[in-house]
Design a protein around this ligand. Structure first.
Ligand SMILES: [Zn+2]
Length: 180
């Protein structure tokens, strides 16, 4: 039966039409990229995230597991927490999350729990991406909540910052300096 397979990739949508214009997409992804650069400056893997609702920024954050000694301190989790505090509601209905790289399984699970409406990411992550690249947590047929997923917004920039980070880290290791 091919119908189940298909539902993985073409989730039912409760609302019609795009939630943000392409201009909004670029604007919010540029903010997420700025957050990613902050992570890089702090020696963290450069990932940045923005939560938007009704065309406005609700929260933004960058990756900080090393600095916070917190394995859950991914950009998406920190942005969702901050947005939920501001909204005074752990359900983020009608919110869109922009992130520079495809979320991992933990972050994808948090997006479902928070009932986020739409995920927009820049670069795919073949090794750990849970929006269909390595795993399919979002829009899994067993889960009730559907998240609209779009990818490839400012993809080049999102890939470039990660490439730059890992290239520099390799150089540091090569030069005998600690990467930490
Ligand atoms: Zn994550």
């Amino acid at each position: 039966m091919g119908s189940k397979e298909q539902s993985l990739h073409t989730p039912k949508r409760r609302d019609a039409g795009p939630f943000h214009s392409p201009t909004d997409d670029e604007k919010f992804m540029r903010l997420a990229l700025r957050e990613a650069r902050r992570a890089m400056a702090a020696g963290e893997v450069p990932v940045g995230a923005v939560v938007a609702r009704d065309g406005k920024v609700l929260a933004k954050a960058h990756n900080a597991p090393i600095r916070r000694s917190d394995p859950a301190a991914h950009a998406e989790i920190l942005a969702l927490r901050s947005a939920a505090r501001k909204a005074d509601n752990y359900r983020l209905n009608g919110c869109c999350l922009y992130v520079t790289i495809e979320p991992c399984a933990m972050c994808a699970g948090a997006l479902v729990t928070a009932r986020v409406r739409e995920l927009i990411f820049g670069a795919s992550d073949r090794k750990a991406g849970a929006a269909g690249s390595a795993l399919t947590v979002l829009n899994h047929p067993k889960l009730n909540h559907r998240v609209t997923v779009r990818s490839g917004v400012l993809q080049e920039e999102c890939c470039a910052i990660l490439r730059q980070f890992f290239r520099e880290r390799r150089h540091e290791k090569h030069a005998g300096r600690s990467a930490r």
